[in-house]
Design a protein around this ligand. Structure first.
Ligand code: GLN
Length: 466
């Protein structure tokens, strides 16, 4: 199977390249890059780790598959000793005191982190323009956005600055930038990978998500990061997904798609035509394709943003300059909180805090927040019914192609609506993968909860089908 990780591993073992040269080359590319993907480089630790790998190889010792593989980390993960900014002014100088579980597992496997990557501040956005480090530029066309919120991570993978990157996906932040930059991006089943050490945005949908250039690399990295963690009570133990299990897709007999995603005015005609053409190719392979009913995009987007804003308002309340963040002193404590937060949070983040507090406030919470929760249950039930009728669901990743840099900032509502196809699967906590095929911004493959293996299987099948 095509795998960048395996091919670099072989080159290292064969001594065709040294790990130090590999790491140095990628660090140079990252340092020079004009796509604004870098918040900080981890030069010293990366070169030190690379030397250790080279010494091991020189001594004739065996190295693991991930040992010496350079990767990137969205700047919302704690990595002890590194600055973790969330691309925000508030945490511009914040140093992590500990390391996120998912990242620690990669470190234990010997992978080498090179970079903390640019993203929308606190994961708030769909374009990676909401950042103090400058808008991330699209890997294919630098006049367009890199997508968000894990834009820096997707662009780094697309441009081969990192072999894989770890993004975070709350409502599409791995899948959408993966689609915009033509790479693979997985949002696993909620709870499969520990969120401990991932800065919380909307805790009930936050997921750790790998971005890579092949299905096999996604599988390798997913396996390493998965597992129960006592530090995150929402995690569960999952079986390893073997390479062999992806070889055959015979178990996939029926594929569904949501009619109303395709038959509406918001989808670009070319995205629609390409999606329907992909469906025909799947049918030609003898797979049954069923059109399914689903909630309107507006309902999905409103439900998601109602809950996500409520959760982020609550999660970010701890950032007041007392324990974390750049404190701005004012006349009294209350003023200090107010000035610290109003000066250091972005417009987009403040919009969400205000919206979220409104949703949760007395007199409104029954009408808005509880209604959001009820809708979420209804959405989950709908999925459960769907997966009695089909094995996987496919959909476009986005209704449109990436906007020009600057356009999304002018119209937040349009930006929220661009998440129409990703947020529903987040509310269902389902495993969903973007594959860089089918439409200009890729296709999303979704399966029932805990069925991440089926998603990867179908992605492997699609590789040779469309
Ligand atoms: N664009 C969505 C939002 O702004 C998703 C972001 C994410 O997944 N972090 O909420």
């Amino acid at each position: 199977m095509d795998s960048q990780i395996r091919s670099i591993h072989q080159q290292l073992v064969n001594k065709d390249i040294t790990c130090t040269a590999l790491v140095q080359e990628k660090l140079d590319l990252l340092a020079k890059n004009s796509h604004n993907t870098v918040n900080s480089l981890l030069i010293d630790t990366a070169l030190k780790a690379a030397k250790k790998v080279d010494d091991k190889i020189a001594n004739g010792e065996e190295i693991g598959l991930l040992e010496g593989i350079p990767f990137g980390i969205k700047d919302v993960y704690m990595v002890q000793g590194t600055v973790t900014t969330a691309s925000s002014k508030l945490l511009k100088d914040y140093k992590s005191a500990y390391t996120a579980t998912a990242i620690q597992k990669l470190l234990d496997a010997g992978a080498i982190p090179l970079v903390k990557e640019n993203c929308d501040s606190f994961g708030h956005g769909s374009s990676s323009e909401n950042t103090i480090f400058g808008a991330v530029k699209n890997a294919k066309n630098p006049e367009l956005v890199g997508g968000g919120s894990s834009g820096g991570s997707a662009v780094n993978v697309a441009l081969d600055y990192t072999v894989f990157s770890i993004g975070g996906d709350t409502g599409g932040s791995v899948r959408q930038p993966a689609g915009y930059n033509h790479v693979y991006g997985l949002k696993p089943t909620y709870g499969r990978i520990s969120r401990y050490g991932l800065m919380a945005y909307a805790s009930s949908t936050d997921c750790v998500g790998p971005i890579a250039k092949s299905v096999e690399d996604i599988r390798i990295v997913l396996n390493v990061m998965s597992g129960k963690d006592t530090k995150d009570q929402t995690t569960y133990a999952s079986a390893e997904i073997s390479e062999d299990s992806l070889a055959s897709s015979d178990s996939i007999k029926t594929v569904g798609y949501f009619k109303n995603f395709i038959e509406n005015d918001a989808i670009a005609p070319k995205v629609k035509a390409d999606f329907l053409a992909a469906i025909e190719k799947i049918k030609a392979k003898g797979i049954e394709v069923k059109a399914l009913d689903f909630f309107e995009s507006n309902t999905l987007v409103s439900t998601y943003y109602t809950l996500a804003m409520a959760e982020t308002a609550s999660n970010l309340s701890r950032l007041d300059g007392t324990n974390y963040g750049n404190r701005i002193e004012a006349e009294n404590l209350k003023e200090t909180y107010a000035v610290t937060r109003s000066e250091n949070f972005s417009e987009e983040t403040k919009r969400r805090i205000v919206g979220g507090n409104q949703v949760l406030s007395q007199g409104f919470s029954d009408e808005i927040y509880l209604k959001g929760l009820a809708l979420r249950d209804a959405i989950s039930n709908n999925f459960e019914e769907d997966f009695k009728a089909v094995d996987v669901i496919i959909s476009p990743v986005t209704p449109n192609t990436p906007p020009k840099i600057g356009d999304s900032l002018k119209d937040p509502l349009a930006m929220y609506l661009s998440d129409a196809y990703t947020v529903g699967f987040s509310l269902g906590q389902l495993p969903t993968l973007t594959v860089p095929q089918g439409t200009e911004t890729g296709l999303q493959i979704t399966a029932a909860k805990n069925n991440d293996e089926l998603v990867l299987k179908f992605a492997n099948f699609l590789k040779d089908t469309i």
